[in-house]
Design a protein around this ligand. Structure first.
Ligand SMILES: Nc1ncnc2c1ncn2[C@@H]1O[C@H](COP(=O)(O)OP(=O)(O)OP(=O)(O)O)[C@@H](O)[C@H]1O
Length: 227
C-alpha cells in the first residue's frame, strides 16, 4: 500500500548562503495492508522528515513515494489533497484547532468529506469521543479552550474517524494516561485489522512493540551510510 523507492532529500538553507544539506539518500521501504512499521533512529536521523515527505509536506529530491496508485513525489497539490481526503490519514500530536467549530463536527468532518451520511458520521464521532473519554458536555463546544490532553484526544478521534487505507502516526500515545493510551492502541489494532497500512514514530517502546510488526531504522537512509 505504501512503497518508497530510491528516495532522496536535500534541504536548501536559503538564509544561509543557499547551503545544500543532504539528509536522505536511497531510502527504500514497503508497508503492506494490515501492517504497522515503526520508524526508529536517534534524534535528527530523519524520522519526521520521512513522514512529512510521505504526507506531501516536503518535496523529494528524487525517487518515488507510492501510496496506493499515487506517487506523492510526483503528485500535484490537487492530487495530494485528494489522497489526504480518501487514502492517507495523519495523526500528529497536536490538534490544529478550527475556530468556532464544535468538537463533534471536528471529529465527523473527515467522514463528511468522503461523502458519509451525516447521521453515520456523527454516530462514529460520538463513539470515538466516548471511547477517548471526552465528556459529553464538551461535544458542542469548540476544542479551542480544551486542555492539551483533551485536544490531543480530539485529534486522535478525528484521525481515526475515517477508515484510511494508509495512516501516518506521529507519537500517537505521547503524554496520554494509561486508560486513553490503551484506547489508542486498540484503535491502531482495529485499523490494522481493517487492512490499513501504518507507519509510525513511537517513543513509547512498549506501545511500539505491541502494535508494530517491524521497525525500520532511518539511520540506514542517511547519505553517509548510503554512500
Ligand atoms: N525544514 C528543515 N530545514 C533544514 N533542515 C531540516 C529541516 N527539517 C529537518 N532538517 C534536518 O534534517 C535532519 C532530520 O531531522 P528530523 O526532524 O527528520 O529528525 P527526527 O529523526 O525526526 O528527530 P527527532 O526524533 O528529534 O524528532 C536533521 O539534521 C534536521 O536538522
Amino acid at each position: 500500500m505504501i512503497r518508497i523507492e530510491n528516495l532522496s532529500k536535500t534541504f536548501t538553507l536559503h538564509n544561509q548562503g543557499g547551503a545544500v544539506i543532504p539528509v536522505m539518500r536511497g531510502a527504500e521501504l514497503a508497508v503492506a495492508r494490515g501492517e504497522c512499521v515503526a520508524l526508529t533512529g536517534a534524534s535528527g536521523a530523519g524520522k519526521s522528515t520521512l513522514m512529512r515527505m510521505i504526507y506531501g509536506n516536503y518535496l523529494a529530491a528524487s525517487g518515488h513515494i507510492w501510496v496506493g496508485e499515487t506517487d506523492v513525489a510526483a503528485a500535484n497539490p490537487r492530487e495530494i489533497l485528494q489522497l489526504r481526503r480518501h487514502m492517507l490519514g495523519y495523526v500528529s500530536q497536536f490538534l490544529r484547532v478550527v475556530p468556532r467549530v464544535p468538537t463533534l463536527d471536528v471529529v465527523a468532518e473527515p467522514l463528511l468529506a468522503v461523502g458519509t451520511p451525516v447521521d453515520t458520521a456523527r454516530a462514529r464521532a460520538e463513539e470515538l469521543l466516548e471511547r477517548l473519554n471526552i465528556p459529553r458536555t464538551l461535544w458542542d463546544l469548540s476544542p479551542t479552550t480544551f486542555s492539551g490532553g483533551e485536544q490531543q484526544r480530539v485529534n486522535i478521534a478525528r484521525g481515526f474517524a475515517h477508515d484510511f487505507p494508509a495512516m501516518l502516526l506521529d507519537e500517537p500515545t505521547a503524554s496520554l494516561d494509561a486508560t486513553n493510551r490503551e484506547t489508542v492502541l486498540g484503535l491502531i489494532e482495529e485499523a490494522k485489522a481493517r487492512g490499513s497500512a501504518i507507519i509510525g514514530i513511537f517513543h513509547d517502546e512498549a506501545a511500539r512493540d505491541r502494535v508494530c510488526d517491524r521497525q525500520i531504522d532511518v539511520t540506514g537512509f542517511s547519505p553517509q551510510v548510503a554512500a
